[in-house]
Ligand binder design. Sequence first.
Ligand SMILES: O=C(O)C(=O)C[C@@H](O)[C@H](O)[C@H](O)COP(=O)(O)O
Length: 337
Amino acid sequence: MQMIVHLGENSYPITIEEGAIHHIQDTIDTHRKIAIIADDKVPDQWVNIVADQCENAFVLRFPAGEGSKCFTQFEALLEQLADQEMTRKDAIIAIGGGVTGDLSGFVAASYMRGIDFYNIPTTVLSQVDSSVGGKVAIDMGSYKNIVGAFWQPKAVIIDPDVLTTLSSRQVNNGLVEALKTGLIQDPVLVDLFEKETLDLPQIITRSIDVKRKVVEADEKEAGLRKILNFGHTIGHAIESAYGLDTYLHGECVAMGMLFFIEDKALKDRVLKIYDRLDLPKVPDYSIDQLMHYIAHDKKSNRNSVTVVKVKSAGSYILEDLSFDQIRSRLERGPYEE
Ligand SMILES: O=C(O)C(=O)C[C@@H](O)[C@H](O)[C@H](O)COP(=O)(O)O
């Protein structure tokens, strides 16, 4: 199936289809020089399938992990594009997860002030969320996504078949972003997490459809798009406080959501889903340290931060909380009502 993200001249198609990786020419102009960027954990088989369909491609690998979303890696990739004499007419294809998409997308947004960027997500997290919407970024030290741009891809190709090479931890990590999407916008998506078997293609399709609509309504996060940050205010802070490679992004978002689910029955439901997904418990934390990171959140103002709360599945409340109010939320802890 195909969906279009309607953004005027930045509109693009999203293909969601088993086997889609075998016919990328349907949405990618492959008759030009193409830099394929993937981290070193993306299996060769996926990279080769894509490279073999391009007329003139070269592959750039970088070390897997959040640590690669840094200035050094960003610069190294840009240098390699220049060494390969990439021009403004050429393009980048990212194959991988959220880190690969964020980093390669920011390289694409920056090289010669912007070249075409295509995303072929190969993790659940990137297939349900990060590949769509054009947020591209690197981290600065332990501040997450603090340097970046909005740079929409020209096309996104989602092939659920490529998920077969992922570890179950990676699958579950990604599913958290889909659960997040359900909690803020789509109760049926939440129900899917309680079925006997998890229907991944359906979870992906429903998540991306919500994401597409939110991005169409608010591309640059002036208002509504902030709801996609449910769980991220405290989640990003935990991710930073524990070192960016201790917990996975989705695991931290799961922890962060608990602080702002404001209904006991819903929280119990969500905790059962967390058990099923084998997610880690919220570790001990220093409130001062988390507050330090929260103050640098992109949703922060001078003394407050916009947070997303959920009282019933499929609906959100956007609220400005003072730092003191956030502090008392942290004092109460994630498991209290
Ligand atoms: O696309 C968005 O908008 C999101 O907020 C999706 C988030 O799940 C994603 O993790 C995003 O990268 C975080 O955004 P940030 O603005 O807090 O860096």
